[in-house]
Design a binder for this molecule. Structure first.
Ligand code: SF4
Length: 246
């Protein structure tokens, strides 16, 4: 078996194991507009999903249209998103992003992207200052329903521990995983890896002893298996901001 085929087969096996453990996440049919998702992704950085969700809903309640945010004072935008942390930096990035979108498309909307193929959307979004591949692919997946596989630091860590990728950065892992993720499983695999990372394969002190992927894992720091896999409730770990942007 070629290395590429071996990795594709292994990726499918991992995806199926996670589906057994965590279920098959289904995407809602009412997806938010791309610009909403882009701003939500900015708010999600360096905080947890609950805090960034609170910041996002407060911002939308105070400024229902993106025109309103663009025209608001920096101070009032900072006040609206304070619960999400790093409010000064995030407010500046939001205002800068809105300015760039308006300069390019003549309006505060990214609806024109919906008619474009994935690569063109990635290229256009990443050419906006401060928008990386992770953010751009989240917009594709969570607001346009495209079958892509965003790679954040958690997905990057787990894919590398499992030996599916060997990228030194999330961007490199994103490129490597493009051909490995089974068709139609971008959303469910991404979502389950995030949940798995929160409940078991944490950055430090992963729960290797009870991990159902123990035999697949190539992580040199993995700990000895201690017993049978224990499936714990994921209720505290399952809320994801990008699933709840309205
Ligand atoms: S064995 Fe440990 S490091 Fe490997 S995937 Fe499982 S929890 Fe993560």
């Amino acid at each position: 078996m070629t290395r590429d085929r071996h990795l594709r087969v292994k990726t499918l096996r991992v995806a199926k194991t996670l589906e057994k453990l965590l279920g098959i996440p289904r995407q809602t049919s009412s997806l938010p507009p791309p610009l909403d998702m882009l701003i939500a992704t900015i708010l999600s950085q360096n905080t947890n999903d609950k805090n960034s969700h609170r910041a996002y809903t407060t911002l939308r309640a105070k400024f229902p249209r993106w025109d309103d945010v663009a025209n608001a004072s920096m101070r009032s935008v900072i006040a609206a998103i304070r619960s999400g942390g790093m409010a000064n930096q995030k407010a500046a990035r939001i205002k800068e992003t809105l300015r760039a979108v308006n300069n390019r498309y003549g309006t505060h909307t990214l609806s024109a992207l919906k008619r474009k193929p994935n690569d063109a959307v990635l290229e256009e979004l990443t050419s906006l200052n401060g928008v990386g591949f992770k953010t751009a692919s989240c917009v594709l997946l969570f607001s346009m329903g495209r079958d892509v596989f965003p790679v954040d630091t958690h997905v990057h860590r787990i894919c590398n521990r499992l030996g599916l990728a060997n990228g030194s950065t999330p961007e490199k892992t994103f490129e490597q995983m493009k051909t490995l993720v089974p068709k139609g499983r971008g959303y469910s695999f991404h979502t389950n890896l995030i949940r798995f990372g929160r409940m078991m394969c944490k950055s430090s002190n992963p729960s290797c002893g009870e991990c159902p992927l123990f035999d697949e894992c190539l992580y040199e720091g993995k700990k000895e298996r201690q017993g049978r896999t224990r499936i714990r409730s994921t209720a505290d770990h399952s809320f994801m901001l990008l699933d709840n942007v309205r």
